[in-house]
Design a protein around this ligand. Structure first.
Ligand SMILES: [Mg+2]
Length: 381
């Protein structure tokens, strides 16, 4: 079997899909994207495709090595995300060629269902309460929310009280048998996080995410030891080498994104590395159907897996949903807050190619919001 071509599709709300064709008619799909930089990743995918076309698609690991390292310059969000989507597509082809879901090629399932968490948005307590009620109604046993909005480097007592109040309200609504995770988005600084974390510890969050920005793992240990709250990070880390310092700093949960951190191949290795530090895998995934399908394949085959994110109903994506690009939305029907084991070959999801080609005609130009502090200075989003 030989790869005959690679196409890319820029689809709303903010995603990029790739389609890898072969001379035997097997098609592999992947999702190579950095949110807000989709066109940049698209260019990188087509550069890597120059190498892939004409190759045997079943040599997934060898292609990973060449695509990751063969350009001399390596890593970072753009190159690692381009690689990630193509790696997903090659695993999709392999699964279809062997007529098996990818998790069977990774050693078979190690669990019978996968726990999912759902986002709750809203900056007001009433919105938060409505969001949590809706997720409970849908059967979820865990939610994640932002700790707060735009944050001063060292917040006032009122700022801190607001964060603590949100976590307390969530705990009150969820009761002791469900979970709330809190995403700091790198907005609070290390010192700010050290002040907040001990105050939210009594509400037993599942984890606190990105308490500091990803480029400063050297301050993470102080944050980890500031409270009993488990610390999570990793949506802006791209390889096992990037994850080593945060694991050494003592994070409890690693969050590689299947579409950023080198795909299925590298996320498997990051999970194995995390196990050495007794850390668990909770892949980041506010993305589309292929990223989520790839995440679920890894979740079913990874012993130290904790919980999976998904974007259905997320506040970023009003009006567009990943279910609009699949022929078999049942794959993403969650029961009691859990995903069932996918049984279809490859990534286990059937892409609605007509819908994808239609969506690509209008494309998108999604960009991250740019926030400013009251004095006009740049603020973390
Ligand atoms: Mg996050």
């Amino acid at each position: 079997m030989k790869i005959t071509g690679v196409e890319t599709f820029l689809v709303p709300p903010r995603w990029l899909f790739c389609r890898v064709a072969t001379d035997e008619g097997i098609i592999g799909w992947g999702e190579p994207v950095v949110e807000g930089r989709a066109e940049t990743v698209r260019a990188a995918v087509h550069t890597l495709a120059e190498y892939l076309v004409g190759q045997d698609p079943l040599r997934v690991e060898d292609h990973w090595q060449v695509m990751a390292k063969g350009g001399f310059y390596r890593g970072g969000p753009v190159l690692s995300s381009a690689l990630a989507g193509l790696d997903q597509a090659l695993w999709d082809i392999a699964g279809k060629a062997y007529d098996a879901p990818v998790h069977m090629l990774l050693g078979g399932p190690v669990r019978s269902r996968v726990r999912m968490y759902a986002w709750v948005g809203g900056d007001e307590p009433a919105q938060l309460a409505d969001g949590i009620a809706a997720r409970l109604e849908a059967g979820f046993t865990a939610v994640k929310m932002n700790a707060g909005g735009r944050a001063a480097p060292l917040g006032t007592a009122a700022d801190v009280r607001e964060v603590v109040g949100r976590v307390a309200l969530a705990r009150d609504l969820l009761g002791p048998g469900r979970d709330v995770a809190v995403d700091f988005h790198g907005r609070f600084t290390a010192a700010g996080a050290r002040r907040i974390l001990p105050l939210i510890a009594e509400y037993h969050p599942l984890f606190a995410e990105e308490p500091v920005l990803p480029d400063r793992p050297h301050v993470l240990r102080d944050v980890v030891t500031a409270s009993s709250v488990p610390i999570a990070t990793g949506e802006r880390l791209y390889s096992r080498w990037d994850f080593r310092p945060v694991l050494e700093a003592g994070v409890a949960v690693v969050q590689p994104d299947l579409s950023h951190a080198g795909g299925i191949s590298e996320t498997r290795r990051i999970a194995a590395l995390a196990e050495v530090w007794d850390a668990y895998l909770a892949p980041h995934c506010p993305l589309g159907p292929l990223a989520l399908a790839a995440s679920l394949q890894v979740a079913f085959a990874t012993p130290n897996f904790l919980i999976q994110e998904h974007s259905i109903g997320i506040h970023y994506h009003q009006g567009d949903d990943l279910l609009g690009y699949v022929l078999d939305p049942e794959v993403f029907r969650f029961t009691g807050g859990h995903a069932s084991r996918p049984t279809g070959p490859g990534l286990g999801v059937e892409i609605d190619e007509d819908a994808v080609r239609r969506a690509d005609k209008s494309g998108h130009a999604w960009r991250n919001p740019v926030w400013r502090h009251d004095d006009g200075g740049f603020a973390e989003w």
